[in-house]
Design a protein around this ligand. Sequence first.
Ligand code: UDP
Length: 337
Amino acid sequence: MPRVVRFKKMKDNAMQVLITGGAGFIGSHLAEALLARGDRVAVLDNLSTGSFSNITHLTTNPNFSFAIESISNDLVLDRLASQADAIVHLAAAVGVQLVVERPTETIETNVIGTHAVLAAARRYRCRTLLASTSEVYGKSAEIPFKEENDLLLGSSSHSRWGYAASKLLDEFLGLAAFREYSLPITITRFFNTVGPRQTGRYGMVIPRFVQQALRHEAITVFGDGEQSRCFCHVGDVVQALLALLNRPELTGGQIYNIGSNQEVTINQLAKKVIEQADSASTLKHIPYNEAYAPGFEDMRRRVPDINKIHEAIGWAPSRTLTEILDDVIHFERQRLT
Ligand code: UDP
């Protein structure tokens, strides 16, 4: 029997959307896009990894509001959820480096924070997108990764897998709320999302390589550099989120990969950055145990299967890696001047 999904009816065509982690890289781009299409946006962010400068330009918009607070502040979360038609839950520990250096904070933020957000969503019947990650596929070699694949996490003695396990628990919590309470929750598994405003502080490879290239410093390639990733422009990711928000009856209770399927090795990426930034930099290979921690495990390949989201909402990424790098180089050049 088809499941009846109950969610708040919107008062007019515009939505009131609460974005947790809205001062972050993806959140701030999403806030901009929602405002541009006439929706109202409230941001809840404790600025732990986000930055106020990402949303400063939005603060004069009458449809925009923000609270600099943690999602663990129940009172604030409750008030914002009570006013929201939809919640996009992006607040989470981000970046492999942060996850390895601060494992307790990572797990607590992801699990306790998501539990609080889901409880608030349930009280006010908010349509909710829960951000998950391609990290949950772990060391699986079943390329490309499909949403229904088995997941292969490494040993709990490696902090990296604590991040994956905490996000996986978030997914279980979200899907349980869908099944038990008919809450229209959708899980989005982000693959490597990149673009302007992403910080290199927590390990992300493209902002780091671009900053190193613009300073003509050595490009720090970890391991042998033959591991590969697929990079998706944040503008494309935002288009996927907007379309998913519009279709709660179709996408509730579903998991979707969101990413590009154009694979590139980290060595190729480093050379492309050097070329496009017109840089004199050279590659410097650094062993993983020096770059992260002893025994660090990396994924050799990470490629999403994006047929499910394409079939559901017609989404596919549109920007090439060349366009992505041009955008990031332009952004980082402006920051340097
Ligand atoms: N990486 C690198 N040099 C850096 C930062 C990252 O070679 O300065 C590598 C990292 O080991 C991984 C890939 O680039 O194999 C992507 O790293 P990122 O942290 O951006 O995302 P991940 O896919 O690991 O979540």
